[in-house]
Ligand binder design. Structure first.
Ligand code: ADP
Ligand code: MG
Length: 394
């Protein structure tokens, strides 16, 4: 089932009486979730992920905007009429019921023409239990299960009616590291097997990147970027997205574009193609006939920028242009982790990941790097939007 969010906005009145402005938990969210895909809704705590999910489920009503499931406008429908399955972080199982009774629960509440016979209910419950592989646990109470098993029961309960849309709100956050990994692979498998359109909410970028067909990165109620996880990682639209994705995170420096070169501090780290550096300019909608378009404008010589370099973007090179103080070298099997420092870096530590073909002597006071242009992003210092450039091949 395709899910379409149209200008979805949710405001809460501010509880702090001194502040009269509303809290805008979700701000003009427009997105089409394709049928049968797993979407990772990703962002820091408080950015509006749960609110978005609750609007889709119908647990909350939007202040404005619309939600469509396929062609049907479901904005006014209560949760039970939307055909959704919900899974929460804390499992929310009924403690006094057995696993089987928990899974049967949504079926027992069906009324009228949807009412099922006992035999049909048993069959559906057995099928859901098999899907999440908890057939042997059917007679236990939730208190007699591990966290991972409880979450499987919650997923089975959400799937038993074969929902059109499955909504998962931080389903792995209460599990330990190993179970988290295992359960996220399970969720991916179940989603593939059932083909149910699934929205998976998490604050953990690695989790979202690893299982999603598509990610939606949110910050402060606003959608920052959407796309295939690898594409978003390789092509962040702004500094927030660049920083939010990736471990270790991207390294950010103060830089300048001048004389057709990119400078980090006083060092020219990359030659740029003449006239290749341009930044997006947001035209006013009125000026372009109601459509807002991005038009590139060249940046002027001497413009200050943020330079973000992925950890894998550094190549140790004794003649390299970027000089950093070396503070640590750690061999991690396949890779070497090099920790260094540079006065133009925003953070005290620069973390780079180097392949073992390269040698870095831990006793050296300095390490010099050349940079891989594809792993270097420039951002406008004011808007923090991406500035595109082409490096000159030498
Ligand atoms: P997330 O799930 O990404 O952590 P939420 O959707 O829960 O974020 O919250 C988004 C914002 O809306 C936060 O600033 C939160 O404090 C606020 N918020 C959430 N629910 C309410 C509520 N019922 N009343 C007032 N503010 C709320
Ligand atoms: Mg939340």
């Amino acid at each position: 089932m395709e899910v379409i969010l149209q200008n979805l906005t949710k405001r809460y009145p501010n509880r702090n009486k001194k502040i009269h402005e509303d809290i805008i938990a979700v701000n003009d969210f427009t997105f089409e979730i394709p049928d049968g895909k797993l979407i990772g809704l990703l962002g820091p705590s408080g950015c509006g992920k749960s609110t978005t999910l609750n609007l889709i489920s119908g647990l909350q009503k939007p202040t404005s905007g619309k939600i469509f499931f396929g062609k049907d406008d479901v904005t006014g429908l209560p949760p039970e009429s939307r055909g959704i399955g919900l899974v929460f972080q804390n499992y929310a199982l009924y403690p006094h019921l057995t696993v089987k009774q928990n899974i049967l629960f949504p079926l027992e509440n069906l009324k009228g023409k949807d009412k099922l016979s006992k035999a049909e209910m048993q069959k559906k419950a057995a099928k859901a239990a098999k899907l999440v592989q908890i057939q042997e646990l059917m007679d236990r109470k939730p208190g007699e299960l591990s966290g991972g098993q409880q979450q499987r029961v919650a997923i089975a309960r959400a799937l038993v009616k074969m929902p059109k849309v499955l909504l998962l709100d931080e389903p792995l956050s209460n599990l330990d590291a190993r179970l988290r990994l295992q359960t996220r692979e399970e969720i991916r498998r179940i989603q593939r097997e059932t083909g149910i359109t699934t929205i998976f909410v998490t604050h953990d970028q690695e989790e979202a990147m690893s299982i999603s067909d598509m990610i939606v990165v949110m910050n402060a109620g606003v959608v920052m970027q959407t796309g295939n996880p690898q594409e978003v990682y390789d092509n962040p639209a702004n500094l927030f997205v660049a920083r939010f994705l990736g471990t270790p995170p991207v390294n950010v420096f103060h830089g300048t574009v001048k004389n057709q070169s990119l400078y980090i501090g006083e060092e020219a780290v990359m030659k740029l193609m003449p006239d290749s550096v341009s930044k997006p300019v947001q035209n006013s909608p009125e000026a372009s006939g109601g459509v807002s378009v991005h038009k590139a404008s060249r940046i002027s010589d001497g413009t200050e920028v943020y330079v973000a370099v992925r950890p894998e973007g550094f190549i140790p090179d004794e003649n390299g242009p970027l000089t950093c103080r070396l503070s640590g070298v750690e061999v991690m099997g396949r890779d070497i982790s090099v920790v260094s420092a540079n006065s133009a870096s925003l953070a005290p530590k620069i973390r780079s990941i180097i392949s073992t073909e390269h040698k870095v002597n831990p006793a050296d006071p300095f390490v010099r790097f050349s940079l891989r242009p594809g792993k270097v992003f420039l951002f406008d210092k004011e808007t923090q939007e991406r500035i595109r450039f082409q490096a000159l091949e030498l």
